[in-house]
Ligand binder design. Structure first.
Ligand code: NAP
Length: 642
C-alpha cells in the first residue's frame, strides 16, 4: 500500500495536477474511487443510471453531475492527505457488489467476484502467487532446475514467479532480446487489439501506455522493462534455440538440446520444462506456384523488412486478417498503389477508443489517484472479456444458420454491416466483397483500423479473385495479372503445428509429433500431456481466446497452475508428475463438445483455429471465469506422482 499513499500525497500537494487528473479520468472508475474512499453509497444511485456499459464512451453522465463528483472527490483526497488517513481496505461485501454492477452499467454475477478482485489487487498483493506450505531446503531448491522456452510475456511472467519462489531457472530464447511476438512483429501499424491497461500482467500494470490500444514499440518496451526490473536477463540464453527435449525416465529429467547463434549444440538436464513459445510465431508461407521467382522484395508481416522503402511502390498484399488489417491503412497513404488479395472477408468492428491517446490527465489519474488504476482495469476487463460469450453459442432453431447463430448475433451482424456501409459510402461492389457470409466471430474478430475507409482510396484495390500463381513481377489471379514491386505476405502463422519444430520425446520414446500429428494438439487444461512428465505448456492447445479477454490473463492462470505443480513436486520430494489419461481425455471431450456449439466451429468458416479434420485445436471455448476456476487449484488426483 505504501506507494499508493506516497503518490497520493504528491497529488494532493499539486492542485493543478489534481485538477488535470480529475478532468482526464473516466467517470465510472472515479465514481468507484469516491465510493471506495468514503463509503458514500448514494453516489452510486445518482450516477449509475447514466452508466450504460463498461466502456467510457457508453456513459451519459450529465456534465454538472460529473463536476459535482469530481469536486467531492477532490475534497476527499485533500482531506485524506491532510489527515494522513490510511487508505481503506476492500469495500464491504454488499457495497462492493453494488459498486461493481454500478460501474459497468449491468449486473456482475457473483461467480466473477474472485476473478475481479484478483485482477484488481486492491491491496497490491498478488493473490495468484503460490506460496510454499513447507518451504523446501535451500539445497533441494538449488538442485531443481527449470527450463523455460521463450522470453515473451508468458515466459517472463513464469520466470518472475519462479524467481519469487526461489526456484532456479534458465530461459532459452531464439531471438536477441525479450518480447516474443511483440519483438518479431514490427510491421507498420502493429499494435494490440485488447485495451492494454488490461493487456498487461495484473501484478505489473503500466500506467504509461500512450494509447488505449498501444502500438508494438510500447508493448515491446513493456516486456523489456519487465526483464530489467526483475533482473531476468542474467537467466536468459539469447539467440539460443531449443531444438529437442527428451525425457530420461530412469533419472526423471529432461535432456534439453539447444543450438546457439554460432550453431553450437549443447545438451543439459532439466527437472521441468515449461514451453512459452506462443501459438503465433512460425510464419505460414503459402506454397503459391512461382513464389520463389518474384523479383522484388517480398516478406511476411512477422519478418518485416524495414530496409525496403515502400514510398511510391506498387505493393501487393496477400491476406486480410489481423496483421493485414493493420498494415494496409498504415502503408496505403505512402505507397504508389496497394493491391490487396482477399481470400475470404473478415469481420471488423469499430471501437471509439481504438485510435485515441490516453492523455496527460488520465495518465496522472492512473499514477496518482489511489485505486483509480485498479478500478479502471476492472472496467476494461469487463468491457473486453466474457460479455459476448453467450451470444457466440449456436441456437439450433435459428432460421438463418449460415449467416448468424442466434438473434443477438444477427443483430450484431446487422449493426456491423450498417457501419461498414457508412465507411465505404454504400459502394455496392465493396459491400459485396467485404461483408462476410458467415456469422460474426467465426474468424478472429478484428478492430477496424480505418480498413473500410482505406478501401475507398483511389490507390487501393481489393482483389477477391483466387490467386493462381506469382510471377517475377506480379500476381496472376483467375481474372488476370496484377503487377507488383513488393509482395507482402500477411498470411498468418502455422499455429496448429504446436511446439514445432522442436523434437519432444516423452516417456517410452513417445514423441509429441507422433501423438499430435501435424495439427491435432491436445493437452489437459492446455498445460499437461500424458507420457510427458514435468512438461508444462503456457498458451498451449485449446487456450487461445477468440471471444474476448487477453492472452496474458490466460497465461497468468497457467502460471499459477504450474507453480502449484512445481510446489507439489518440491514439497513432496516426488521426482515427476504426469497427468493421467482419464482427466486428460475427459477434459478434451468436454472441450470438443463445447466447441461444437460455438461460432468458430461453424461449418461455413475457415480459420486458423481448425485443423484439417475441422477440429478446433487452438482455442478455448470457455469463459475466462471458467478457465480460471479450472486452473485455480491443482487436483493432485489428476496426476501420477513418481
Ligand atoms: P490470419 O488471421 O491467419 O490471416 C491470414 C490471412 O492470409 C487471411 O486473410 C487468410 O485468408 C490469408 N491467407 C492465408 N493463406 C492464404 C492463401 N494460400 N491464399 C490467399 N490468402 C491466404 O493471420 P494474421 O493476420 O497474422 O493474424 C493471426 C493472429 O495473430 C490473429 O488472429 C490474432 O490472434 C493475432 N494478431 C493480433 C493482432 C492484434 O492484436 N492487433 C495483430 C496481428 C495478429 P483466409 O481468411 O481465407 O484464411
Amino acid at each position: 500500500m505504501n506507494h499508493i499513499t506516497r503518490d497520493f500525497h504528491a497529488l494532493a500537494a499539486d492542485d493543478a495536477l489534481l485538477d488535470l487528473a480529475l478532468e482526464g479520468a473516466d467517470i465510472a472508475p472515479l465514481l468507484m474511487v469516491l465510493v471506495h474512499l468514503t463509503g458514500e453509497e448514494y453516489w452510486l444511485d445518482e450516477v449509475a443510471p447514466h452508466i450504460n456499459g463498461p466502456w467510457n464512451f457508453q456513459e451519459t453522465v450529465p456534465e454538472a453531475l460529473k463536476q459535482r463528483l469530481r469536486a467531492r472527490l477532490k475534497e476527499v483526497l485533500l482531506d485524506f492527505a491532510a489527515r494522513g488517513t490510511p487508505l481503506p481496505p476492500e469495500p464491504p461485501s454488499g457495497l462492493l457488489r453494488k459498486m461493481l454492477s454500478s460501474g459497468v452499467g449491468g449486473p456482475v454475477p457473483e461467480e466473477y467476484i474472485p476473478m475481479i478482485l484478483e485482477e484488481m489487487m486492491l491491496d497490491d498483493n498478488d493473490p495468484k502467487t503460490v506460496h510454499w506450505r513447507t518451504r523446501p531446503s535451500d539445497e533441494a531448491l538449488a538442485a531443481f532446475r527449470v527450463t523455460i522456452i521463450g522470453a515473451g510475456v508468458s515466459g517472463l511472467g513464469m520466470a518472475i514467479k519462479l524467481q519469487e519462489a526461489g526456484i532456479p531457472f534458465v530461459i532459452y530464447e531464439k531471438n536477441k532480446t525479450v518480447g516474443g511476438t511483440w519483438l518479431e512483429n514490427s510491421y507498420p501499424g502493429c499494435g494490440v487489439d485488447t485495451p492494454n491497461h488490461f493487456y498487461s500482467l495484473s501484478f505489473e500494470p503500466n500506467h504509461d501506455w500512450p494509447d488505449h490500444f498501444s502500438k508494438r514499440d510500447e508493448l515491446w518496451k513493456y516486456m523489456e522493462r519487465l526483464a530489467d526490473q526483475y533482473d531476468l536477463r542474467r537467466h536468459v540464453r539469447f539467440e539460443t534455440e531449443v531444438t529437442a527435449a527428451s525425457y530420461d525416465e530412469a533419472r526423471a529429467v529432461w535432456r534439453v538440446t539447444t543450438r546457439d547463434a554460432s550453431g553450437v549444440a549443447e545438451t543439459v538436464d532439466a527437472n521441468a520444462v515449461i514451453t512459452a513459445v506462443g501459438q503465433l510465431n512460425r510464419p505460414s508461407i503459402p506454397a503459391f506456384p512461382g513464389l520463389e521467382e518474384f523479383n522484388g522484395a517480398k516478406f511476411h508481416t512477422a519478418r518485416w523488412d524495414h530496409s525496403v522503402d515502400l514510398t511510391g511502390k506498387n505493393v501487393a498484399m496477400i491476406g486480410t486478417g489481423a496483421s493485414g488489417m493493420q498494415v494496409g491503412p498504415s502503408i496505403a497513404p505512402s505507397v504508389g498503389h496497394l493491391t490487396i488479395f482477399q481470400r475470404s472477408a473478415h469481420w471488423a468492428v469499430y471501437n471509439a477508443n481504438y485510435h485515441k491517446s490516453v492523455g496527460e490527465g488520465k495518465t496522472a489519474a492512473l499514477k496518482l489517484i489511489p485505486f483509480y488504476a485498479k478500478w479502471y482495469r476492472f472496467q476494461l476487463l469487463w468491457a473486453s472479456s466474457d460479455g459476448l460469450h453467450a451470444s457466440l453459442h449456436v441456437d439450433p432453431d435459428w432460421s438463418t444458420p449460415d449467416q448468424s447463430l442466434n438473434e443477438t448475433n444477427q443483430q450484431f451482424r446487422e449493426t456491423v454491416i450498417e457501419y461498414i456501409r457508412g465507411e465505404v459510402n454504400g459502394d455496392p461492389e465493396l459491400m459485396r466483397k467485404v461483408v462476410p457470409p458467415y456469422p460474426p466471430y467465426g474468424k478472429r474478430m478484428l478492430r477496424d483500423n480505418h480498413w473500410y475507409k482505406m478501401l475507398t482510396r483511389d490507390n487501393v484495390d481489393l482483389v477477391t479473385d483466387p490467386i493462381e500463381r506469382i510471377t517475377a513481377d506480379g500476381v496472376v489471379t483467375t481474372a488476370g495479372f496484377v503487377p507488383a514491386d513488393v509482395l507482402v505476405l500477411a498470411t498468418g502463422f502455422d499455429a496448429r503445428r504446436m511446439l514445432a519444430p522442436m523434437h519432444i520425446e516423452g516417456r517410452g520414446g513417445q514423441t509429441i509429433r507422433a501423438l499430435w500429428g501435424d495439427d491435432n494438439p491436445r493437452a489437459y487444461l492446455g498445460i499437461t500431456v500424458p507420457a510427458f512428465p514435468n512438461l508444462f505448456m503456457l498458451y498451449g492447445p485449446g487456450t487461445n481466446l477468440a471471444h474476448g479477454g487477453s492472452a496474458i490473463y490466460h497465461s497468468e492462470c497457467q502460471v499459477r497452475y504450474i507453480m502449484q505443480c512445481l510446489r507439489e513436486l518440491l514439497e513432496t520430494g516426488a521426482r515427476a508428475m504426469e497427468v493421467k489419461p482419464d482427466p486428460h481425455d475427459r477434459f478434451n471431450e468436454y472441450l470438443d463438445a463445447t466447441h461444437a456449439k460455438m461460432v468458430w466451429a461453424h461449418r461455413g468458416v475457415g480459420n486458423w483455429y481448425k485443423n484439417k479434420q475441422g477440429r478446433v485445436v487452438t482455442n478455448s471455448p470457455f469463459r475466462l471465469v471458467d478457465y480460471r476456476a479450472m486452473t485455480e487449484k491443482l487436483d493432485r488426483n489428476d496426476y501420477v506422482m513418481v
